[in-house]
Design a protein around this ligand. Structure first.
Ligand code: AMP
Length: 424
């Protein structure tokens, strides 16, 4: 127990963590280029927020939340996703009073009591964006374009966006009627949860992971077939803007978001080769969510991307993320205990100047220290012994050429700075 992490969680070890830093930094860069600002919300929130903001009939709320009572007897939940918290922060901090739209992004851990397997964890990380305040179809396309640009910048090719319209409060009642009619004589074959959904929210049946329910749903009426003219018009314009962006998309009538506050656009980015968990990004418009969370009616749209799945995909596609490991530039080898203090001071000075420096911590032999310098793949090794100390000099070995020089200690900083510049 003491040496085992909880099921569904991961350690991100040195060597791997550089890849994380890289994809996070790229996410920050692309978000900035598109005019999105970062928001950081708490890891835990009042449970009520997710009941409202994610939806009581969703799998997340029904089965997957990490909820507990804290010592003050408050009902708390570790955030299972980022949108509800972002909406809460938008309302609580009155960001709606600023010029609109509000464009934000977040990166961080999420928690779901899911069944762990490759690409599915209980603690996982998402990069997500949200835009509040604009109905404009170009925003839908911009959000999708941002996700694609990010993936392309990371080196993924062949990205395909599956997209659908899920209707709006105007046309959804008719769609519900059509669905109920369709499922009526198939009800007995549906799973128990879906039989419940017949009464509560038949659209959610199309979301069910049960294979029989999925089979039955294949010929169910599509949202597009009952979409009102506004929904159809919006969808057409979104597709139009996607063409302008040259986004590769596929209209997928099976793609649904089964909650009332989801409106118009729903999309997913699927990739091959990461097993059953093929979605790396999911998003859509939620024009009813801000009102559902206690605000004035205001449109919104966003996406969330799973960073574990993204890294799995990058690994599978053999996108080269190695070379991100930054080696120290300098190694200081010490051959006399008397030189320890000076080498220590020198290491600190170099580091303060922004020159990454490693040293020996075991008073090892020179041979062992030179081996370590090789392993670190440094550019220069400094060798400091009794003789050098006495002469106020230091030996500098340029590792690429094996050339050695004696440099006065007072000149070492500027010598290395010049040498490192030359090597860049
Ligand atoms: P969702 O918030 O369910 O729409 O998920 C958005 C994205 O987050 C998915 O496309 C996945 O890439 C990722 N994701 C969702 N759940 C998990 C999980 N349990 N483990 C790893 N990634 C996940």
């Amino acid at each position: 127990m003491l040496t085992t992490r909880p099921r569904g969680t991961n350690d991100i070890l040195p060597g791997e963590v550089e890849k994380w830093q890289f994809i996070e930094n790229e996410a920050r860069k692309v978000s900035r280029d598109f005019g999105y600002q970062e928001i950081r919300t708490p890891i835990f929130e009042h449970t009520e927020l997710f009941l409202r903001g994610v939806g009581e009939t969703t799998d997340i709320v029904e089965k997957e939340m990490y909820s507990f009572f804290d010592r003050g007897k408050r009902n708390i939940t570790l955030r299972p996703e980022g949108t509800a918290s972002t909406v809460r922060a938008f309302l609580e901090n009155k960001l709606f009073a600023e010029p609109q739209p509000t464009k934000m992004y977040y990166i961080g851990p999420m928690f779901r009591y899911d069944r762990p397997q490759a690409g599915r964890y209980r603690q996982f990380h998402q990069y997500g964006v949200e835009v509040f305040g604009s109905h404009h179809p170009s925003v839908d396309a911009e959000v999708i374009g941002l996700a694609c640009t990010y993936l392309e910048k990371l080196g993924l090719s062949g990205i395909k966006v599956h997209i659908n319209t899920v209707g709006c409060p105007e046309c959804r009642p008719q769609h519900h009627v059509n669905l109920l009619k369709y499922f009526e004589d198939k009800k007995d074959k549906l799973c128990n949860t879906c039989q419940d959904r017949m009464a509560k929210n038949p659209l959610r049946i199309l979301d069910c992971k049960n294979s029989t329910c999925q089979e039955i749903s294949i010929s169910a009426p599509t949202t597009e077939s009952s979409a009102c003219s506004e929904c159809k018009g919006h969808f057409q314009q979104v597709l139009n803007y996607l063409e302008i962006l040259e986004v590769n998309y596929l209209v997928d009538p099976k793609l649904v978001r089964g909650l009332d506050y989801y409106t118009h656009t729903a999309f997913e980015i699927l990739v091959q080769g990461i097993g059953a968990q093929s979605a790396i990004c999911g998003g859509g418009r939620y024009n009813g969510l801000i009102e559902q969370c206690g605000g004035k009616p205001m449109p919104g749209i966003g996406f969330a991307m799973g960073l574990e799945r993204l890294l799995l995909t990058l690994n599978n596609e053999k996108v080269n993320l190695t070379g991100l490991l930054s080696n120290p530039e300098i190694y200081i080898a010490v051959t006399s205990p008397k030189a320890q203090e000076l080498s220590f001071r020198l290491a600190m000075e170099l580091r303060k100047k922004g020159i990454s420096t490693e040293k020996d911590y075991f008073e090892k032999s020179l041979k062992a220290q030179m081996k370590a310098a090789d392993r670190f793949d440094v550019k220069f090794t400094l060798i400091l012994g009794e003789e050098e100390l006495a002469n106020n000099k230091i030996i500098v070995k340029e590792m690429a050429t094996s050339e050695q020089k004696e440099i006065p200690i007072d000149d070492i900083l500027s010598y290395l700075e010049r040498g490192l510049l030359k090597n860049d």
